[in-house]
Design a protein around this ligand. Structure first.
Ligand code: SF4
Length: 307
């Protein structure tokens, strides 16, 4: 069985909490297919220092090294016994088959990088806005993959289990230009949103939490600009932000922590400053202008009032 080690840098543990709630597969079933060497939240009986010493001396093989949290050598955040996360990754990087950065902090540094204003705080292979991370951009592990990035804040548990199990069963992963698995990130958060009809007919939602209307025009929804399968692989198997009436805040994109207002659509003369991916502003203006002139009577009513 393949061995998996999960280490944390500067982290709120949000991705651990999400991962440990996996239902598809149940986390216990996942660990029947992959041998967990250590995880900070559940491995109370394992001596991590001894495990790491054995790994450093090649006495134990680590197939999957999962990193959660930003990378720093700051002594205040020595979370791995006497080693910093930076030192530990550097010691293991040529020994493991796969390094998977789980969550924005591990991928590009996220808020700890932004607010610490310390260039030493980064992700494993990237920094904020795609800049330099701990490992060089050309770095690859023994398997030939770069650090596999699973973006999100937090990430859905199935994005992690699917990625690991694909590799365990020998299915190659195609990665996008930010080294995210394409099978997950080729979709937009907009794909599968139950508000698509409102988007097409430009019926706007004016408040959060309602069942009707699209949240793109006023309430800051980033669904058409965000690579994420949130409306394909539903959260808790049931829902997503946009299904619950909250905008997609674009947390899977590298510019996520740099944007300021997550709940407002920035506009210029009534036109959103950013239009859906793949569409020119001119085409967007023409299509939405036309949609608006054909009022869809069914969509302007409350859903409960329609037949
Ligand atoms: S609410 Fe967001 S994701 Fe849903 S249709 Fe509108 S823009 Fe797309």
């Amino acid at each position: 069985m393949k061995n998996l080690l999960w280490l944390q840098g500067l982290s709120c543990s949000g991705n651990s909490q999400s991962f440990l709630c996996s239902e598809e597969p149940f986390i216990s079933d996942f660990f029947e297919k992959v041998n967990l060497l250590w995880h900070p939240e559940i491995s109370y009986d394992t001596d991590l220092m001894e495990l790491l010493r054995n790994a450093f001396e090649n006495k134990i093989k680590i197939d999957f090294l999962i990193i959660e949290g930003s990378i720093t050598k700051d002594k205040r955040f020595h979370r791995i016994g006497k080693y910093s996360i930076k030192y530990t990754i550097n010691k293991l990087k040529h020994k493991v088959d796969y390094i998977i950065a789980v969550g924005n902090c591990a991928v590009h540094g996220n808020y700890p990088a932004l607010y610490s204003k310390n260039p030493d705080v980064t992700g494993v292979q990237y920094g904020l806005n795609g800049e330099k991370g701990l490992l060089p951009k050309k770095f690859k592990t023994k398997s030939g993959y770069p650090v596999i990035n699973i973006t999100g804040c937090p990430v859905h548990p199935e994005w992690i289990t699917k990625t690991v199990l694909s590799l365990v069963y020998g299915f190659p992963l195609k990665l996008d230009s930010l080294n995210r698995p394409k099978e997950l990130y080729m979709y937009l958060s907009h794909d599968g949103c139950i508000r698509n009809e409102y988007f097409e007919w430009k019926v706007e939602s004016e408040e959060f939490g309602t069942k009707e209307g699209c949240l793109f025009y006023n309430l800051g929804c980033r669904g058409p600009l965000t690579h994420a399968p949130c409306n394909k692989i539903l959260w808790n198997g049931k829902s997503s932000k946009t299904r619950a009436g909250m905008p997609c805040i674009g947390c899977t994109e590298f510019n996520f922590p740099l944007r300021e207002n997550y709940f407002k659509t920035e506009k210029n003369m009534g036109i959103p400053e950013e239009v859906p991916l793949g569409v020119t502003k001119r085409a967007y203006i023409m299509v939405t202008g036309m949609a608006k002139t054909f009022k869809n009577e069914r969509l302007v009513k409350k859903l409960e009032e329609t037949d």
